[in-house]
Design a protein. Structure first.
Ligand code: HAM
Length: 420
């Protein structure tokens, strides 16, 4: 223990658990790599205005949860609370939308920061794998992303998740609905904070979980009744494509999501074993975001999946990932001469691509064998003075317990052959 601890709302990933996080990141991104999405990486901080304009001044993320800072040079920056605005900013800056065919399909993985009240599944530093498909209005693209997220969760073995689906309409029909909703909400008995939200972001009022509010919301106008024909047709097509792909979803007309940039398709993946922080992933279409941050019209769609919550979901379902052991061969030298010889063999093994490790620190045989066991290595190589005098090492198969003397010169080839 040092004097310091990880800051509130954060935690460290340490071995052996950290291997599980790496495997989850890999599994969540694998379907994207396989579907034409290219990797993008952007800075951990951005101009604060990118988020206030993009994600929306009235959202909790921007108004309460951003880590902002002023640099010594006077720039106003924010640690990124989400990835979509950054990725779109970077794509525009690199002119990706002009270089090739649209859509530009991108995936990313990294750390995000929100100053939220910490609880299980809700952290101030968390990790997402995300995807953005920029510059195309095509229901098949919305469907593709939902199908790929579903595939990612299923390859991990998850079963107890549900997909909630909604359409938020577009710039034609949403304002009409917004007016109708505001008119309805203004007649209700609500506290001052909620009244303010009626003006700023009335759709978020529908999200209010308090029973006294929910009770009054019965009979509120429903967005579905206000969707224009184009939005309705688009949504129907997304639903049909999902059904054709065998992806089961639930229509959830109350799903509004906490970011202002969404238009039309929105969706969330919720896991039933996680309690209140049940959203393991979410996303949707954001046809107006590019223009909101000063770019051309580029209708787009994307999602982000939470790595931390996906790991919690695996635990909730009791799923143990099968992680290949990191080390194949563990070398245990007995004596100074053996140290030099086996260290050279470990280097040789590594150079031909065999994962190998070595008993460092000059401990005795017992301690070294403990390390060998803990490493999960399939083979140990033990050698002492007498072995070396005969030009051999002892190769032990940790699974079968069998041990054989192998000529020093033949060791690398022998190990390669046995592992193949
Ligand atoms: P989001 O719903 O804010 O969407 O976050 C996506 C996922 O990140 C959540 O479903 C959750 O699993 C995880 N997450 C969010 N906040 C936390 C937290 N404090 N602690 C742990 N996990 C968290 C977005 O970020 C959008 N950028 C998604 C998107 C991409 N929409 C279009 N493209």
């Amino acid at each position: 223990m040092s004097t310091f601890k990880a800051p509130k709302g954060t935690y460290d990933l340490t071995p052996p658990d950290s291997a599980k996080y790496l495997a989850v990141r890999e599994a969540l991104s694998a379907p994207l790599k396989n579907s034409g999405y290219g990797y993008i990486e952007t800075p951990g901080f951005e101009d604060v205005a990118l988020f206030s304009r993009g994600v929306g001044e009235s959202t909790d993320i921007v108004s309460k949860e951003m880590y902002t800072l002023t640099t010594k040079g006077g720039s106003e920056l924010a640690l990124r609370p989400e990835g979509t605005a950054s990725v779109l900013r970077a794509a525009l800056e690199a002119n990706l939308h002009k270089l090739g065919n649209l859509p530009v399909k991108l995936w990313y993985s990294g750390s995000y920061y929100r100053y939220e009240r910490p609880q299980k599944g809700r952290y101030r530093h968390f990790s997402q794998v995300g995807a953005e498909a920029i510059g195309a209005e095509d229901p098949a693209l919305d469907a593709e992303l939902i199908i790929l997220a579903d595939q990612a969760y299923r390859t991990l073995g998850l079963q107890n998740f549900r997909i909630l689906l909604n359409s938020l309409g577009d710039k034609e029909c949403r304002p009409v609905y917004r007016d109708a909703l505001q008119e309805f909400l203004r007649e209700l008995d609500l506290d001052d904070d909620t009244r303010r939200r009626i003006d700023l972001n009335p759709l978020r009022v529908l999200d209010d979980k308090r029973p006294e509010v929910q009770k009054q919301l019965v009979g509120a106008p429903v967005l579905r009744d206000y969707l224009c024909d184009a939005c309705k047709a688009y949504h129907e097509e997304v639903r049909d494509l999902l059904t054709a792909a065998g992806v089961v979803y639930e229509d959830d007309e109350k799903l509004v999501r906490g970011l202002d940039y969404y238009t039309r398709t929105t969706f969330e993946f919720v896991h039933d074993g996680l309690g209140s922080q049940s959203a393991v992933g979410g996303g949707g279409r954001y046809d107006g975001l590019s223009e909101m941050i000063g770019g051309p019209a580029l209708p787009s769609v994307g999602w982000a999946l939470g790595v931390d919550r996906t790991v919690l979901a695996l635990e909730a379902e009791g799923i143990e990932l099968e992680l290949p052991s990191a080390t194949s061969v563990f070398a245990v030298p007995l004596g100074e001469e053996a140290r030099r010889v086996l260290f050279a063999k470990v280097t040789e093994l590594r150079r031909v691509g065999v994962a190998a490790d070595f008993a460092f620190g000059g401990r005795g045989l017992k301690g070294a064998m403990k390390s060998a066991n803990r490493s999960g290595a399939r083979f140990t190589v033990v050698a002492g003075e007498r072995d070396l005098a005969e030009g051999v090492v002892q190769l032990k198969d940790m699974e079968s317990g069998e041990q054989q003397a192998v000529a020093l010169d033949a060791l690398v080839a022998e190990v390669q052959q046995k592992l193949a």
